[in-house]
Design a binder for this molecule. Structure first.
Ligand code: 7TS
Length: 428
């Protein structure tokens, strides 16, 4: 397959091509699109394995931001002049690109946010404050990122509601029988992660949604770690809300997406008040804009949205199925490598996993592992990954975590294994 960073001249892919994993030579070519992968440290290119924290950006995205600020910059939805029309068209075009990428039925169901965190807070503060009362229940899981725990805790504290938590088994899979038992007439919302950032587990979200819907309960999915790695179609999933962050999807920081079914979004009050979200304002009464503008108060991150549009074009040109397949092979390779080293314990061994390799070592604390890895030019994250409850579940304060993207290679994982041996040399 010919891969270029330009969008206009990309060939359409056949279904057969879509299902084959990326080949190593394609990955080598794609790596050239990412300047940061070629940053040198001690004469060697960095090995970047911290993609769950944030991903690197392709030239297409960087250049699109540059073009926007050089020749298209103006505020959106308000100017009567040329640049404002250009900026508005580009911003709204980005919304359509995101709509297509996530299989969202209506363009007005794409709300631009600052990221996953803001998307979840928006739902908690609007849908939640309106619909949750004393003794109602919200179901989350034991593997959530703090951003899918704390907003619900805040809501429950305010309303006298209860947080119910689906447990995780020793492999890092949700215990679905327990989940089914937790669902009841008081449940107002289920909010679970599509893919765990700490364990890599891909949750059976279709089943989770079907069980909730059978009881009339809506479901929010935290898609922060899914959208960069898996094909996601919210219509096929039938989730009611879906939140994700551009910066993990090879796009800019400071921008993300909240999908919500229009039937929910229409009935929710606004999140923030300000410019762009109103139809008319008097001191007596304000009326609000329709979707999605009701939820986009103030000047949005225009450049960010346009950059995200470019990022999803880039991902679609490669093909999310091919990315998922390649990353699956890479994850298996990395898992086998790490499992073969004495004293390494992998945390998170679910059958369905995305590219996260969380591990501890008998001899060294994760922070020491991170330090030695850094000395070896291998970037990973060591810590609790903003998922302290799941660390507690596995009886560890922290893990070292290598997290993959489609531009990583077996050689990157070999470098990871060399760094693990280095840690053993120092600490064993
Ligand atoms: N949900 C999950 C599952 C995440 O992994 C993250 C960020 C968030 C929500 C929050 O995303 P944000 O873009 O709003 O900050 N996860 C990580 C991580 O694993 N390391 O750094 C950030």
């Amino acid at each position: 397959m010919a891969i270029s960073t330009a969008t206009a001249d990309r060939p359409a892919q056949s279904a057969a091509e879509e299902t084959e994993a990326l080949t190593p030579s394609e990955v080598e070519r794609l790596r050239l699109d990412f300047p940061a992968l070629h940053v040198k440290r001690n004469g060697k290119s960095l090995v970047y394995l911290d993609n769950a924290a944030t991903s690197q950006k392709p030239k297409a995205v960087i250049e699109r931001l540059d073009q926007y600020y050089r020749s298209e910059n103006a505020n959106v939805h308000r100017g009567m002049h040329y640049l404002s029309e250009v900026a508005t068209a580009a911003y709204e075009d980005a919304r359509k690109k995101v709509q297509r990428f996530l299989g969202i039925p209506l363009t007005c169901e794409v709300v631009f946010t600052r990221g996953t965190t803001e998307g979840i807070n928006l739902v908690a503060q609007t849908y939640g404050r309106k619909n949750v009362g004393p003794d109602d229940e919200i179901i989350i899981s034991a593997m959530e990122h703090h951003s899918n725990i704390v907003p619900w805790q805040m809501l429950c504290d305010e309303k006298g509601a209860k947080l119910r938590v689906v447990p995780v088994d020793d492999r890092g899979e949700l215990v679905l029988d327990e989940y089914a038992r937790l669902l009841n007439g008081r449940t107002k919302l289920v909010a679970v992660t599509h893919v765990s950032n700490a364990l890599g587990t891909v949750n059976p979200v279709k089943e989770i949604i079907a069980l909730a819907h059978a009881q009339g309960v809506p479901v929010l999915l935290d898609g922060a770690q899914a959208t960069p790695h898996l094909p996601v179609n919210v219509q096929a999933l039938d989730c009611d809300f879906y939140a994700c962050s551009a910066h993990k999807m090879f796009g800019p920081t400071g921008i993300g997406v909240l999908y919500g079914k229009a039937e929910f979004l229409n009935r929710m009050p606004p999140y923030q008040g300000g410019g762009d979200m109103i139809l008319s304002v008097t001191f007596e009464k304000t009326t609000y804009s329709g979707l999605p503008y009701k939820f986009e108060a103030g000047t949005p991150d225009i450049a960010g949205a346009i950059g995200l549009g470019e990022a999803v074009d880039y991902l679609e040109a490669i093909g999310m199925r091919r990315i998922a397949k390649y990353e699956h092979e890479l994850t298996q390779y990395g898992t086998e490598l790490l499992s073969s080293i004495d004293g390494v314990r992998i945390i998170g061994t679910a059958k369905e996993k995305a590219g996260v390799l969380s591990f501890t070592m008998e001899s060294a604390h994760p922070h020491d592992i991170g330090q030695i890895f850094n000395d070896c030019g291998v970037a990973i994250r060591a810590g609790h990954h903003c998922a302290q409850p799941v660390m507690q579940r596995f009886g560890v304060p922290a893990t070292a975590r290598a997290s993959l993207a489609f531009y990583n290679t077996k050689e990157d994982l070999d470098a990871l294994a060399v760094a693990v041996h280095k840690v053993k040399e120092v600490f064993d």
